[in-house]
Design a protein around this ligand. Structure first.
Ligand SMILES: C[C@@]1(CC(=O)O)c2cc3[nH]c(cc4nc(cc5[nH]c(cc(n2)[C@H]1CCC(=O)O)[C@@](C)(CC(=O)O)[C@@H]5CCC(=O)O)C(CC(=O)O)=C4CCC(=O)O)c(CCC(=O)O)c3CC(=O)O
Ligand SMILES: NC(=O)C1=CN([C@@H]2O[C@H](COP(=O)(O)OP(=O)(O)OC[C@H]3O[C@@H](n4cnc5c(N)ncnc54)[C@H](O)[C@@H]3O)[C@@H](O)[C@H]2O)C=CC1
Length: 241
């Protein structure tokens, strides 16, 4: 069988907080794209004569801006947008959005093509600071969705406090340990403690993380990390390992 053409997409994590984005169309697909933009705290404008109940509720609550009109070229919101989404059920309209975006040198996501507009969306799992994204490059969005469900089972809520602890530890070491090599060594030691399991099964309650951080703050060296490790072992033994 001849190998069909394949695009190698470039994955990035965008910070869209407070950034203007525009969604053309107001159906189920537009709602899903808008929901993920809101999760990222983007400023969303929707342009569509008809909108889903949820989109209307967001507009009424002032969470998004909504223009109840058909798309037409030259919208200032489109020119200002960092990202553009064409999500109507009319391929001719989506194509016009794609052309206008291209003329402005902007990236566009078109819901009805295999990614010609510049970018496609992955299926996403979030656990606090952890983001897992799955893409099949447009080959099978349904499979991307199924894999996302599987990941949701494997990667549970324990990752949220676990990553919060790692984040706070890393931030502390960045300000207290001057040598990057020593910091890296200390972070490797912290990862090896593998506190995820104990956080999951209740052997490591949240206040223990505070105590651990205080301990390392008092002695931000490899020696301090080794002593912290002994203390962790003791805590876990007490809590019935
Ligand atoms: C190229 C891409 C462009 C883009 O939209 O970014 C695109 C395109 C198209 N999707 C279609 C159909 C479906 N899309 C989904 C679901 C999702 N689609 C998403 C992304 C993408 N969809 C991008 C590629 C992603 C990748 O492959 O990696 C997800 C991951 C993310 C999101 O949308 O936020 C989200 C899952 C979220 C989750 O569950 O977590 C389902 C399943 C369902 O609804 O349950 C179906 C029906 C089953 C099926 O067809 O597989 C059609 C055909 C329409 C038709 O037949 O008319 C097209 C158009 C075409 O292929 O030309
Ligand atoms: N990328 C994806 O994940 C998926 C993409 N699709 C594609 O996305 C398209 C849209 O799907 P749904 O949201 O389910 O359709 P829908 O029929 O629920 O919504 C279509 C929306 O487009 C709006 N619209 C129509 N003409 C317009 C215009 N001239 N200007 C502005 N808005 C206009 C309508 O008001 C309506 O809100 C489908 O036709 C299909 O091609 C479908 C499923 C998944």
């Amino acid at each position: 069988m001849p190998k069909p053409e394949r695009t190698t997409y470039y994955p990035v994590m965008l910070d869209l907080k407070g950034k203007p984005c525009i969604v053309i169309g107001g159906g189920a697909v537009a709602e899903r794209k808008t929901a993920s933009l809101l999760e990222a705290e983007a400023e969303v404008t929707v342009v569509s004569p008809e909108c889903t109940e949820q989109l209307n509720a967001w507009a009424d609550a002032g969470v998004i801006r909504c223009h109840k009109a058909e798309y037409s070229e030259g919208l200032p919101e489109l020119a200002d947008a960092v990202l553009i989404f064409a999500a109507t059920d009319r391929s001719d309209v989506n194509e016009r959005v794609r052309r206008e975006a291209a003329a402005l040198g902007k990236l566009v996501n078109a819901a009805d093509d295999g990614g010609e507009g510049g970018f496609i969306l992955p299926a996403v799992v979030r656990r606090g600071r952890l983001t897992l994204a799955v893409s099949t490059g447009g080959a099978s969005p349904g499979l991307a969705s199924r894999l996302r469900s599987q990941l949701e089972e494997t990667f549970d809520d324990a990752y949220e406090p676990y990553l919060d602890l790692l984040y706070r530890l890393r931030t502390m070491l960045q300000s207290q340990v001057a040598l990057p090599r020593e910091r890296q060594q200390m972070m490797r030691a912290a990862l090896a403690w593998d506190l995820l399991g104990p956080m999951r099964d209740g052997r490591w309650p949240a206040e223990r993380s505070e105590e651990l951080l205080a301990h390392i703050r008092r002695q931000p060296t490899m020696q301090g990390m080794m002593e912290a490790e002994d203390w962790i072992r003791q805590v876990l033994r007490q809590n019935g390992q």
